[in-house]
Design a protein around this ligand. Structure first.
Ligand SMILES: NC(=O)N[C@@H](CC(=O)O)C(=O)O
Ligand SMILES: [Zn+2]
Ligand SMILES: [Zn+2]
Length: 344
């Protein structure tokens, strides 16, 4: 196959940051994606409907003329989120989900939840309204190895949460393990997952063998090869429970290439090409459209996009760096490398 046309995809997990960063990163997603679920882990976090609607306007102001891009907003769940705030968010028609960050689990999660028991009223409201809870699924206990944090989260948090709220719609975000893929596969239809392109393409050797490569450092951290294989199997299975979420997470080059480099891979400019590469390696290109363009809107109860995009087999080299903020650069994942597919 030398070219393929598919329904325009959506990105069900995206970080755009705020302020002067927006013009540097919004166009890349607007070019590829029809819509995106916008993560709320700003400083300070997006915790109210009013903040989410204001943030949405700032994102829209950075969409290039002639592009249509619909930012689907989220709220950042805290120990103090009220059921009333959930109802306001739902009634806005613009806020589509609420995000759970266990306190301290990842970038800008300091204001996250310390104990889900504090959020029971908010979560009950979400279950009643059918509003999805998006979950960064890692425990943060110092005694749990970083490679085990997702698997332990399933037992300690995910299962008790679903036992207490069995009808809650849950998206297990950016899954990275065979354990999470198996859990979601076996769960009822109100439980789904996003999978990043980098977790489909890379294992921890790519990050650590022959030198430490900070641009491959993201959370949850890349795992062993058998986990990558399980994720590929889930993504290419044709199941409506697994869909595209890039977790594109921009950080300035200097903040990544540092003695304490921050977590996040910037993939938005090459997202669809990276996913196409992963699906082709698995011999499953014909399943890409289900994963990238159909399963997400079906789960969120939104219409599928009507436009199309085309991928052509045309080798091209990803720029090594792109302009970011205040004269700093950003490094797209696989910058300087050549890809076989290009989006037109
Ligand atoms: N994935 C990451 O490594 N980083 C994300 C946060 C997140 O999604 O956990 C970020 O905001 O930079
Ligand atoms: Zn996360
Ligand atoms: Zn993320």
């Amino acid at each position: 196959m030398n070219s393929m046309t598919l329904t325009r995809p959506d990105d069900w997990h995206l970080h755009l940051r705020d302020g002067a960063v927006l013009p540097a990163v919004v166009p890349a997603s607007a070019r590829q994606m029809g819509r995106a679920i916008i993560m709320p882990n700003l400083k300070p976090p997006v915790t109210t409907t009013e903040q989410a609607l204001d943030y949405r306007q700032r994102i829209l102001a950075a969409v290039p003329d002639g592009e249509s891009f619909d930012p689907l907003m989220t709220l950042y769940l805290t120990d103090r989120t009220s059921a009333e705030e959930i109802e306001r968010a739902h009634a806005s028609g613009r806020v589509h989900a609420v995000k759970l960050y266990p306190a301290g689990a990842t970038t800008n999660s300091d204001a996250g939840v310390t104990d889900l028991a504090h959020c029971d009223g908010a979560i009950a409201a979400m279950a009643r309204l059918g509003m999805p809870l998006l979950v960064h699924g890692e425990v943060t206990d110092a005694d749990i190895d970083i490679f085990d944090r997702e698997a332990v989260f399933i037992e300690r948090v995910m299962k008790p949460l679903l036992d207490r709220h069995p009808t809650l719609r849950v998206v297990f975000e950016h899954i990275t393990t065979a354990d999470a893929a198996a859990f979601v596969t076996a769960a009822p239809d109100n439980v789904a997952a996003t999978i990043t392109a980098h977790h489909l393409l890379f294992n921890r050797n790519h990050m650590l063998v022959g030198g430490i490569r900070p641009h491959y450092y993201c959370l949850p951290i890349l795992k062993r090869e058998r986990h990558r294989e399980a994720l590929v199997e889930a993504a290419t299975s044709g199941s409506g429970k697994f869909f595209l979420g890039t977790d594109s997470a921009p950080h300035a080059k200097g903040d990544k290439e540092s003695d304490c480099g921050c977590a996040g891979a910037y993939t938005a400019p090459v997202a669809l090409e990276l996913y196409a590469t992963a699906f082709e390696q698995a011999g499953a290109l014909e399943r890409l459209e289900t994963f990238a363009s159909h399963a997400g809107p079906d789960f969120y109860g939104l219409p599928r996009n009507t436009e199309t995009v085309t991928l052509v087999r045309e080798p091209w080299t990803i720029p090594e760096t792109l302009p970011y903020l205040d004269g700093q650069d950003i490094v797209p994942l696989r910058g300087g490398e050549t890809l076989a597919w290009r989006m037109r």
